[in-house]
Design a protein around this ligand. Structure first.
Ligand SMILES: [Zn+2]
Length: 286
């Protein structure tokens, strides 16, 4: 068994979370690093925050695998005194590569929303917004459709309150916790989820006949308008809001398993470690 190069790692990441599945506005792939450098250890994290990069330096990691991009918007300088430039400098001066799989990891089968909906016992969910590459792929029967969000049916009708409690028990504990909008006692079967910020998908959620929507970062106006829209139609929509970090960090466990298998299948040995840094920004509530 040999250690992969950064370029071998990129091949593995791209096989599991094809960059073609990323949204057009997104920034995915190798952000920092020399494709020819050897990789003995990889640190898995959700956010490329300074504390995560500092952790990678202390651990001697050769590559940081992130979900969220360091540079989503173009930067004109990597001056070390700037927010992004400081991170790039620390990474390069410690010979650490940085890679991220973002909306391609949301869209792929076994991705962020698949893991989130599986916490509720739903394993055969379909995308809320199918990806066009996924539609082409679904012509092959063994390749199911990909896309953002998931919708599926619970084995039996369940009160919204019970679903919120299940999520609270299975997601890492966060300051903002798990919150319900609408009727906590409503009994629902059809569930839509979107890991991360999902308040732009209410139309798709309704179009799929979902009775409850689980997502994160819900703002006041989209939430209140979604409740009113639902109340004026047949069948309401209840909402469960979870922490953005919590909704996505559970995916990293599935990602680590998939990476372990894929590196081994290609004859590579590399150590995978989860970041111990909690990048949920909220630390207290009163
Ligand atoms: Zn996110």
């Amino acid at each position: 068994m040999r250690h992969p190069k950064v370029s071998d790692c990129v091949d593995v990441f791209d096989a599991l979370w094809p960059p073609a599945l990323a949204e057009s506005w997104d920034s995915v792939g190798l952000a920092v690093g020399d494709p020819d450098s050897e990789v003995r250890s990889i640190l898995l994290a959700l956010d490329p925050m300074d504390a995560v990069i500092a952790e990678a330096v202390v651990l001697g990691a050769d590559l940081v695998f992130n979900h969220h991009p360091l540079m989503l918007k173009p930067v004109k300088s990597v001056n070390a005194a700037t927010l992004k430039g400081g991170a790039v400098h620390t990474l390069i001066s410690n010979d650490i590569a940085l890679f991220n799989a973002h909306t391609n990891a949301d869209s792929a089968r076994g991705g962020v929303s698949d893991v989130l909906i599986s916490l509720l016992g739903i394993t055969d969910a379909e995308p809320l917004t199918p990806h066009t590459a996924g539609i082409a792929a679904s012509a092959e029967p063994e390749l199911p459709a990909t896309g953002i969000g998931r919708v599926g049916d619970l084995p039996q009708p369940t009160p919204v309150r019970e679903l919120a409690r299940r999520l609270a028990a299975q997601l890492p504990r966060t300051t903002t916790g798990v919150r319900i909008a609408g009727d906590p006692a409503a009994t629902v079967t059809r569930v839509a989820v979107c890991g991360g910020a999902g308040d732009s998908l209410f139309d798709e959620v309704r179009a799929h006949g979902a009775e409850v929507y689980v997502t994160a970062d819900l703002r006041h106006h989209p939430a209140t308008e979604a409740l009113d829209t639902s109340n004026r139609r047949e069948g309401g929509l209840e909402i469960i809001d979870v922490s953005h970090w919590a909704s996505e960090t559970v995916w990293l466990n599935a990602a680590a398993e998939a990476l372990e298998a894929e590196f081994a299948a290609r004859g590579f040995t590399v150590s995978l470690q989860h970041s111990a840094v909690n990048t949920d920004p909220w630390v207290e509530r009163y």
